[in-house]
Design a protein around this ligand. Structure first.
Ligand code: ADP
Ligand code: MG
Length: 767
């Protein structure tokens, strides 16, 4: 590894004919370094006293003055680098300076004289000369020629193209591998086996470069050109290859845009050039700084390509080309300043050695064969790479025996043959893997089953939830139905109540009135209701009220008629009075007398009569008003009574139905069919009236006929409640609703009869 700073040289271009020389001096006194002093002349226009510096001093490895010849420059600058490259290190020589300062002349050379050949042809010549001289190594030489213009790379050596423009050349792009090595895609590497071939390639590249350049587009001064010589070397029989490359770089003009005074396309170019050189400067500043971790190589293509040359594995040399005429002093100073910074950069060049895998394979094969021969010699057996079929079978048996052996000290002895040992390991691994897989299968099956059960449980849970939901829904619907039913009944009540509130709608009889209530009932229910209402505790009062209402109606009707009569009478009397007055008036006209002015006794009498009639009218009217209040009150009472009756009936009915529901299974299970006399069912009216006396005398438990009663039931309540006089054989239909109705009817009737009996007894005791 060679660690050294970038070597920096300066070359001063000879002055042109019309150029006025600037003042500079070169001090070569020091042993290792030369000093360039640039004197900035006093500008009288700035006044006598100004602060401008007059002298600038820059140190270089060596400074080549105007007279320096190309061969000297080559020997001093390029030859040591070429030697390093031949030794296996990377090398770079780049020329930096303003346009026209001699970069191309230095790197490539002048076109006129052979002696003006630049570093590239001389290096090529030198390298091939050295290669020829050194026959101990095998060398391979390739060259590539890259032009970077406006941040685009072009391959100048592509033989397939005859470029008339730069854009026609293959575009080269940068690729970076995981190890951050830069690779130039599309850049052809042309093999050059001798100096002539290499020079031809250089000529091809320069021609392409020249053709691509037009008077409008001075690409050569605005582009960077990198000619690279790739050398690989190895000693015969050695697997070690040394690869090295030498970049010979002709950079674009470093002049500042402001000074060029260009615009449009040229300005764009200048910007690009300046930008890439600016990035080069950035890289160099970064490299010159200590402890700087990030170096901005990627900012431009040129710095990316020269990555190794700058701060990497490379021996790098810079030539600062200076055009020291009066006009270019500033640019020259700028170039020198840049060079001073570059001089601070330290590079670490390492020998690029790598092992050729093909050669290693050949070597190893040879080694193996030698070892085999040796082994055969020792064992007396020629060893093949494969085990025979019999050997394999024998090994399988041994493995099986070993695995089945329960003895912890059991061993598997296959000898010292590595092939056999390896086979045993491989076979055992296979067996282990196989058992693992089958275990896993079992495991997965188990988990599948578990999954299935959990799935089923989950479904069951869902179903249960659904069922619960449905139950809830049904309950809600049932409740709703009940409510609806109640509403309908209430509505019915209200309707009926409203109808009795109207005098004209008052039913003519109690039967009419109650019939309307039971209209929506089933037949059995209606019959039960008929009986129930007749025997209801309030029925007497209701009947009395009804009677009273009837009477009051009749009375009111009578009164009304009488009132009408009185009114008519009064009107009649009034008419008479009017008539009388007319008569009197007519009489007064025909025979006026004083008497006429006196009160008419007839009229007076009529008036008296009217007053009397009026009095009676008032009395009757007041009476009628009282009657109306009474009637209205009675109607309200009856409405209430009706509602109470309906409610009582409903309560009773539902109670009976519930009892029946509980009794039913026993009844059904009874072997004796319950029978009722047909007339009992047919005529409730008859029963309700005739049964009174019978019921009163009946004490169910004492009734001897009860035992013979064809209505047999295990329910004592039912049994006792049915009066013996009603003994009947009731044909149950089998239809639960109908049977329930029938039985309810019977029970209802019994209750009513009992109630009637009680009230009669009370009445009897009262009287
Ligand atoms: P650059 O490449 O920096 O723009 P060139 O190398 O093209 O400049 O030089 C400009 C001109 O000056 C060319 O005609 C070239 O021949 C000439 N020239 C440059 N350096 C020298 C030198 N050292 N000796 C003689 N002529 C030179
Ligand atoms: Mg040039």
């Amino acid at each position: 590894m060679v660690k050294e700073t970038i070597r920096v040289y300066a070359r001063v271009k000879p002055l042109g004919r019309r150029q006025q020389a600037g003042i500079y001096s070169i001090d070569d006194d020091e042993k290792s370094l030369s000093t360039l002093e640039v004197i900035v002349p006093h500008d009288l226009a700035d006044g006598v006293v100004n602060n401008k510096r007059e002298s600038y001093k820059f140190k270089f490895q060596k400074i080549f003055d105007q007279e320096a010849k190309q061969d000297v420059v080559f020997d001093s600058i390029a030859k040591p680098v070429a030697e390093c490259v031949l030794a296996g290190y990377n090398g770079t020589i780049f020329a930096y300076g303003q346009t026209g300062s001699g970069k191309t002349f230095t790197i490539t050379g002048g076109a006129e004289r052979y002696s003006d050949r630049g570093i590239i042809p001389r290096t090529l010549s030198y390298i091939f000369d050295q290669l020829q001289k050194n026959s101990s190594k095998v060398y391979t030489t390739h060259v590539s020629y890259l032009e970077i213009y406006n941040e685009c790379g072009y391959d100048l050596l592509d033989p397939r193209h005859e470029a008339s423009r730069l854009e026609d050349l293959p575009k080269v792009t940068i690729m970076e591998d995981p190890d951050q090595n830069i690779h130039l895609k599309n850049l052809s590497l042309q093999q050059a086996t001798n100096e002539e071939e290499a020079l031809n390639l250089l000529f091809l590249g320069d021609t392409n470069r020249m053709i691509a350049e037009t008077p409008m587009n001075h690409a050569s001064s605005r582009s960077h050109c990198i000619f690279t010589i790739h050398i690989s070397s190895k000693e015969p029989g050695s697997a070690t290859i040394r690869r090295s490359k030498l970049h010979l770089v002709d950079l674009a003009g470093s002049e500042r845009v402001a000074k060029t005074g260009v615009g449009g396309q040229l300005l764009t170019e200048a910007k690009y050039i300046n930008l890439s050189l600016h990035y080069l400067e950035q890289v160099i500043i970064a490299l010159a700084e200590k402890n700087r971790s990030h170096i901005p190589y990627r900012n431009s293509m040129m710095t990316s390509v020269l990555r190794d040359s700058l701060g990497g594995n490379c021996m790098t040399t810079m030539i600062a080309t200076l055009s020291i005429d009066k006009r270019n002093i500033d640019e020259s100073i700028s170039t020198c300043r840049f060079a001073q910074r570059v001089a601070l950069i330290k590079n670490e060049a390492v020998l690029n050695e790598e092992i050729d895998p093909r050669l290693i394979i050949v070597q190893l094969k040879k080694e193996i064969q030698e070892l085999k021969d040796e082994l055969a010699l020792v064992t007396g057996k020629q060893r093949t790479s494969e085990l025979s079929q019999e050997e394999l079978l024998r090994l399988d048996e041994l493995i099986e025996t070993f695995l089945k052996d329960n003895d912890p000290d059991g061993t598997l002895d296959v000898g010292t043959d590595m092939r056999k040992i390896k086979y045993c390991f491989v076979r055992m691994k296979q067996l282990m893997n196989h058992s693992k897989i089958s275990d896993r299968k079992w495991l997965s099956q188990d988990t599948c089953e578990e999954k299935d059960t959990s799935k089923e449980a989950e479904e069951l849970k869902k179903m249960k939830e659904l069922l619960q939901q449905r139950d809830n829904e049904i309950n809600i619907l049932v409740n709703m139905l009940k409510k609806e039913k109640k509403k309908a009944q209430d509505a019915l009540f209200q309707f009926n109540a409203a109808s009795i509130g109207m005098p004209c709608a008052v039913p003519s009889s109690a039967d009419d009135y109650y019939l309307s209530v039971g209209e929506n009932m089933s037949l059995g229910c209606q019959e039960a209701f008929e009986v129930f209402k007749r025997d209801h505790a309030d029925s007497v009062t209701t009947e009395a009220n009804k009677q009273l209402l009837k009477e009051r109606f009749a009375e009111a009707k009578c009164l009304g008629e009488k009132l009408n009569e009185v009114r008519n009478k009064i009107n009649n009397l009034k008419g008479k009075i009017t008539q009388r007055r007319i008569q009197n008036a007519a009489l007064a006209v025909s025979s006026p007398s004083e008497e006429l002015n006196m009160l008419d006794p007839v009229e007076e009498k009529l008036r008296m009569q009217i007053e009397e009639e009026k009095q009676s009218y008032r009395t009757m009217f007041n009476h009628l008003k009282g009657l109306k209040v009474e009637i209205e009150h009675l109607q309200l009472l009856m409405g209430k009574a009706k509602m109470k009756l309906q409610k009582d009936f409903e309560v009773w009915w539902s109670e009976e139905a519930r009892n029946l529901q509980q009794e039913k299974p026993e009844m059904v299970s009874s072997p004796n069919t319950t029978t009722v006399h047909p007339q009992f069912v047919k005529s409730s009216q008859h029963l309700s009236t005739q049964s009174f006396s019978e019921t009163t005398s009946v004490i169910p438990n004492e009734d001897p006929a009860g035992k013979n009663n064809s209505i047999t039931s295990n329910n004592p309540t039912l049994k006792t409640r049915i009066p013996p006089s009603l003994s009947a054989s009731i044909p149950l239909t089998g239809d639960s609703q109908a049977d329930a109705d029938i039985l309810a009817f019977i029970k209802a009737r019994q209750n009513i009869l009992q109630k009637k009996g009680k009230s009669c007894q009370e009445m009897g005791s009262q009287t």
